[in-house]
Write a protein that binds this ligand. Structure first.
Ligand code: GDP
Ligand code: MG
Length: 282
């Protein structure tokens, strides 16, 4: 591995004891440097299980997934963050390849469920349609070519959400106020990476069905939020004031040259059009 980068596994939990018991023992300690559980108020033994395994725990104060991240981000010690759902949706066995690819210096690496060799067993008709529709919209509006812009299983430098202004409430409004649902930031992260000309890659990875418990995502509220946020970002010029120095910001620096287009496991950041991973087509 060309670069030694400290990695934090950020585990989102809200009453996921069944998944935690089956999934977390499959995450090998040597794969990451820190395991931080961000909990949204579990009462089913999730916290006790996490404590027994020696994970760090942060209990969020404000409700909602993305608002919890604004609170717990300061506890992340890694230069690289991997977001992980312990409900069965994220295959722990995909972690080494995800981390290895991210360490090559991409701004974003996403596990894609909709590319060759991968599938989702968690999707129903509505979520399949929604995930594919938003991915197509983002590709069309931001001239990029994700196969899965919506997957929450992804890795990126710790400072990426700051660079993309994802902590600013304004990015999500007025749609969250209108829907009454606090959502997540995957779609905005993907589209802004493309919009700002940053580097990205995808790694194929299947999504098994949820293990026990209940889905927390409120499909129609989240769908409404995503639709509004994507269109707002497409219509309103939204760019960072200046490109910060990635090295001084503590993020990763590309270290290997681009590979041939279409590679499912690329070995370096892409910047050319029509590449499997990279910046928007121009
Ligand atoms: N910390 C925190 N975690 C949450 C919250 N809502 C959902 N989660 C967790 O986030 C992950 C994704 O939620 P889930 O309902 O499975 O969404 P889906 O996989 O997209 O259907 C799961 O591990 C949930 O336990 C929340 O408000 N706070
Ligand atoms: Mg899930």
């Amino acid at each position: 591995m060309p670069l030694r980068v400290k990695t934090t596994l950020l585990v989102w939990t809200l009453n996921e004891i069944q998944g935690m018991r089956l999934v977390m023992p499959r995450v090998r300690r040597e794969w990451v440097d820190q395991i931080l559980v961000m909990d949204g108020g579990s009462t089913d033994g999730t916290l006790e299980f996490a404590r027994d395994r020696g994970y760090q725990i942060y209990r969020q104060v404000r409700p909602g997934l993305r608002t919890g991240r604004a609170e717990d981000w300061k506890h992340i010690e890694g230069d690289l963050v991997v977001t992980f759902q312990p409900d069965g949706n994220c295959l722990p066995e995909s972690l080494p390849e995800l981390i290895q690819t991210a360490r090559k210096g991409y701004d974003l690496v996403v596990i894609s469920r909709y590319t060759r060799g991968a599938r989702s067993d968690d999707d129903d008709t509505v979520t399949t349609f929604g995930n594919r529709m938003f991915t197509s919209m983002i590709n069309l509006l931001f001239r990029t070519h994700f196969t899965d812009a919506m997957s929450g299983y992804r890795a990126y430098p710790r400072d990426l959400p700051h660079r993309l202004r994802l902590f600013e409430d304004e990015s999500y409004q007025p749609f969250e106020r209108w829907s009454g649902v606090v959502g997540s930031w995957e779609s905005l992260m993907s589209l802004r990476v493309a919009k700002y000309g940053l580097t990205w890659a995808e790694v194929p990875g299947s999504e098994p069905a949820r293990i026990g418990g209940a889905r927390k995502l409120r499909i129609f509220g989240w769908g409404f939020n995503y639709m509004g946020q994507v269109l707002k970002d497409a219509l309103i010029e939204h760019r960072p004031p200046a490109r910060p120095s990635r090295r001084s910001a503590g993020s990763l620096v590309p270290v290997s040259p681009p590979t041939s287009a279409g590679s499912p496991a690329p070995s370096g950041p892409r910047t050319s059009a029509r590449s499997f991973a990279g910046t928007p087509d121009s």
